[in-house]
Design a protein. Structure first.
Length: 189
């Protein structure tokens, strides 16, 4: 059964690397040929991978997932332009990554009928996104960064930073070096 399932996915996706395992069921919506998955990737059941178009005649979005990345159940990755996920990235359960938002400025027009606002998302190698994290359009999460559970990431995260909260703010460094918040007047001894 496992071989049949993976053979079906290999025919559907743009590429799936050797040793990759995607648990059934998975929700793959529109344009699966625009999804590339590296080697030895693990995607748990009930994940959602979606590439869509900003308009009917636009190029579809693209999702690229690097080698040895691991996604827990119910992760949702949806791209209308480009989402790049590096190597060795860890996703907790229920992580949502989006590179687009529905428009909302026209009050008399349904949100789904308004133009999408899009900007690419990039998640660097060795990053770790805790459970229930939301990453919004235009965000770059640096190499080795850690995003705490339930955070909403609306701005870039520096390499090696630890962020948490809504919206996510830096609270430390992954390598343990001291972190002083901008504007903090306390002196270190």
């Amino acid at each position: 059964m496992r071989r049949v399932w993976m053979a079906h996915l290999r025919r559907s996706f743009g590429s799936i690397g050797r040793g990759t395992w995607i648990e059934w069921p998975i929700d793959v919506l529109t344009e699966p040929k625009n999804i590339q998955i590296g080697e030895d990737v693990r995607i748990r059941k009930n994940a959602r991978l979606e590439t869509s178009r900003t308009t009917a005649d636009a190029e579809p979005g693209r999702i690229a997932i690097g080698d040895r990345t691991s996604m827990e159940g119910y992760c949702s990755i949806c791209s209308a332009v480009s989402i790049e996920i590096g190597r060795d990235v860890l996703f907790g359960a229920n992580v949502a990554v989006r590179d687009a938002d529905h428009g909302f400025r026209e009050l008399a027009t349904h949100r789904a009928a308004q133009p999408l606002s899009v900007a690419p998302v990039r998640i660097g190698d060795f990053a770790w996104l805790g459970q229930n994290v939301v990453v919004t359009k235009g965000v770059t999460i640096g190499r080795g960064a850690v995003v705490g559970a339930n955070a909403v990431v609306t701005a870039d995260v520096p390499e090696g930073a630890i962020v948490a909260g809504v919206p996510a703010r830096q609270i430390g460094w992954a390598d343990g070096r001291p972190f002083i918040r901008p504007g903090d007047v306390r002196q270190r001894s």
